[in-house]
Design a protein around this ligand. Structure first.
Ligand code: HEC
Length: 165
């Protein structure tokens, strides 16, 4: 009877893991579409997230492939930016109240990060975080194949990445 119960528990746990996996795969797919079409992250971070700015007039972003942040922390940086740096905030209401790091515009003064070029919601940020974790983190330096998988075979951008052996 106990063994039976334990089995039931294990099954329930497996189901939970299964649903969480599907949810984050959906988030990552949505995040990919935001990365590709709704946000200008690549201007500073590069299309492959390696921190090499695609737009020479934009600052160099952080290398997202080596970030140590978890999903919640990634989403927070995306919505709130990073005070005192060039990482913009994409929540238009950031620093109007204390939703970002407990800080308001008055408290933060000159260190307030720039506003992003677009408005992103918590759902966008969660998607981008799942996408960054699924596709970039721990994957090493970007390859041409990886770039083509993301941007398509006709992208000139991909020629700058070395082919995988
Ligand atoms: C105008 C340039 C710029 C744009 C646009 C930009 N970033 Fe950044 N981002 C930066 C810079 C610069 C940093 C490094 C901040 C620092 O020094 O800590 C950064 C840091 C980050 C970090 C923190 C990484 C870490 O490990 O600490 C994340 C996550 C991030 N950016 C994600 C994004 C996403 C997603 C987008 C698009 C929605 C985006 N950024 C758009 C410039 C930019």
């Amino acid at each position: 009877m106990n063994g039976f119960r334990a089995l039931g528990g294990a099954f329930a746990a497996l189901c939970l893991i299964g649903t969480a996996g599907i949810a984050s795969a959906q988030d990552a797919n949505f995040g990919r579409s935001v990365w590709l079409s709704q946000a200008n992250c690549a201007d500073c971070h590069g299309w492959l997230g390696d921190g090499i700015n695609e737009d020479p007039r934009s600052p160099k972003g952080a290398d997202l492939r080596v970030t140590v942040l978890d999903a919640a922390q990634l989403a927070e940086v995306i919505l709130c930016g990073r005070p005192g740096t060039g990482m913009p905030h994409f929540d238009p209401r950031a620093y109007t109240d204390d939703r970002c790091y407990g800080l308001t515009a008055a408290a933060i003064g000159d260190a307030i990060p720039p506003a992003g070029a677009q408005e992103l919601t918590a759902r966008h940020a969660r998607g981008l975080a799942a996408f960054i974790l699924a596709e970039f983190v721990g994957k090493g330096a970007p390859t041409r194949q990886e770039c083509v998988a993301l941007l398509g075979p006709d992208s000139q951008t991909c020629n700058k990445y070395p082919s995988a052996p």
